[in-house]
Design a protein around this ligand. Structure first.
Ligand code: GLN
Length: 540
């Protein structure tokens, strides 16, 4: 633990183009620093005007990642948690919308004492305060702050200016890492450094001189190119770091280590680098990942499957749980609105497990219910998450209890059998932003269940993001036909886990277990699901 005055700040900016992997490079550097014994957290600044990504369509933004404290955040925070041992919180994701909201609230309260409120200094000061919140907790030696967008974007200017000021004020306690692209022109058979030079020039026009350049490339840079970039961008030769396309995101920390990104960063911050990097668990994970002894096929049924970023944490949880089982997990992404009673067998045949994904709205819901009926009756391991669990309850009510119009009131508000319904407090909610049941809630797991076998404990905590709930009025009826309420919230008595007895592995959860799966702690239900899929694959 360190005093806040000694906390070091690493600002990560990006140039040339988006999608260079700033999030993964930040997470990898964080991992390497953590592996040397430093306490590290990573923060993301997003220059858009939404207060948080919670109200954004997955097509706009990919997955919305939820933290323990119920913040709806950027999916990069998922990477930070999967790589590091610290969890993130609301303070780890700051948007332009949140900054302005806070400044306008202060203005209305009269906090600015009659001054004209302006981008400089009021917005930039607010950004600076938000950047320092994590450091001021005293919990971290190093705070890595990733600035979303690309240098030169109009909307990121106040963030860059805030970073410029902080670097100036913090002197050697802050450094800037700039991520750029070194493209390969196949016609010329050459790597080109001009985009990187121009991007650094742009950054310097804004008053920021990078200390380290991380250059994304498809081919090795070679010492001449590195020397050239160093010379034209005013960075030291060993501070030009190659970031070559990796086999998987989980290989990036090792690539960054061999490029000595952590050593150079520590030197620039005036921190010791004598400690050894201990990446034992990480390397063991990679070894298991690369050398599977078995293979399963999992069907993921969802609404947005053409856009796998919408299910980022689920895909990564399969990587972790696959490695834990020494099993290669092959995922077939199946669009739920393409499933109907006549093609369901064809689409799902040959799969060793079926996961029905979370979601909102009615598109594809009947396809999800059809997929669940198949999993239940054909005894294929089934895992339903959030809407996936709700659909499992609907399917069971319709097809086993014969409540033919059973539904969730999200889709059919007039159903005579609302097996999934709004809680009273939600009925009064009109605003969409930040008003769902969000964040970590306690759950008690009944022993003698598949879920208990996975968790090996009664008291668990998982993260939620939904408005609708299991309707307790149907508990007894469902139970009498074999659907078991395995997980309950100890305070509200809400049903959080359902299972079906007469089935090899049928588990539905109201929460989102995928958010808590990490390299060092693969999520137990995912591990159990893959285990059940392996058993299923051997039988067939
Ligand atoms: N739409 C459902 C609800 O709001 C499920 C949400 C989800 O799957 N995250 O309750």
């Amino acid at each position: 633990m360190s005093k806040s005055s000694q906390t070091k700040y690493i600002f990560v900016t990006g140039g040339v183009t988006s999608s260079l992997g700033k999030g993964i490079v930040s997470a990898s550097l964080g991992k390497l620093l953590e592996a040397r014994g430093y306490s590290v957290t990573i923060q993301k600044l997003d220059p858009y005007i939404n207060v948080d990504p919670g109200t954004m369509n997955p097509y706009e933004h990919g997955e919305c990642f939820v933290t323990d404290d119920g913040a709806e955040t950027d999916l990069d925070l998922g990477h930070y948690e999967r790589f590091l041992s610290t969890t993130t919180s609301q303070a780890n994701n700051v948007t332009t919308g949140r900054i302005y909201q806070s400044v306008i609230d202060k203005e209305r309260r009269g906090d600015y004492l009659g001054k004209t409120v302006q981008v400089i200094p009021h917005i930039t000061n607010e950004i600076k305060e938000h950047i320092q919140i994590l450091g001021e907790t005293g919990r971290y030696d190093i705070v890595i702050t990733e600035i979303g967008g690309t240098v030169g974007d109009i909307e990121s200017l106040p963030f860059i200016e805030a970073v410029r000021q902080l670097r100036w004020e913090m002197e050697s306690n802050a450094i800037n890492i700039h991520l750029t692209l070194v493209p390969y022109l196949s016609a010329a058979r050459e790597l080109k450094t001009k985009p990187t030079q121009n991007s650094v020039k742009k950054l310097r026009e804004l008053g920021l001189q990078p200390d380290i350049l991380v250059c994304r490339t498809e081919h090795h840079l070679g010492s001449d190119i590195k020397r050239k970039i160093a010379q034209f961008c005013n960075v030291e030769r060993d501070a030009v770091i190659e970031s070559i396309d990796a086999e998987s995101i989980y290989h990036v920390p090792l690539l960054m280590q061999s490029e000595m990104l952590d050593k150079v960063a520590l030197r620039k911050m005036g921190l010791k680098d004598e400690t050894n990097v201990s990446l034992q668990t990480w390397k063991e994970f990679l070894l298991r990942l690369k050398n599977p002894i078995t293979e399963v096929k999992i069907a993921v049924v969802g609404k947005y499957v053409e856009l796998q970023d919408a299910y980022k944490s689920i895909a990564e949880a399969f990587v972790h749980s696959g490695a834990a089982n020494r099993c290669k997990v092959l995922i077939t992404w199946i669009q739920s609105d393409k499933i109907n009673p006549s093609n369901v067998k064809k689409k799902l045949d040959n799969h060793d497990g079926i996961l029905v994904a979370p979601g909102f709205g009615d598109r594809g819901i009947e396809g999800k219910i059809e997929a669940i009926k198949y999993a239940r009756t054909e005894k294929v391991p089934f895992f339903g998450i959030c809407l996936g669990m709700q659909c499992a309850v609907i399917e069971f009510a319709r097809n086993v209890l014969n409540l033919v119009d059973a539904h969730t009131t999200e889709i059919n508000p007039n159903t005579s059998n609302p097996v999934i319904d709004l809680m009273d407090y939600q009925k009064k909610v009109t605003d969409k932003g930040g008003t769902m049941r969000l964040g970590a809630y306690a759950c008690q797991v009944k022993e003698d269940s598949k879920s208990f076998e996975c968790y090996q404990k009664i008291n668990i905590k998982e993260r939620h993001r939904h408005r609708y709930e299991f309707n307790n009025n149907y508990k007894i009826k469902l139970q009498s036909e074999g659907m078991k309420m395995i997980g309950l919230n100890p305070e509200s008595n809400l049903v959080e886990i359902i299972e079906i007895d007469d089935h090899p592995w049928f588990v539905g959860v109201q929460f989102h277990p995928e958010y808590k799966s990490t390299v060092s702690n693969p999520q137990p239900l995912f591990v159990g699901f893959i285990g059940a899929a392996i058993t299923h694959s051997k039988k067939h």
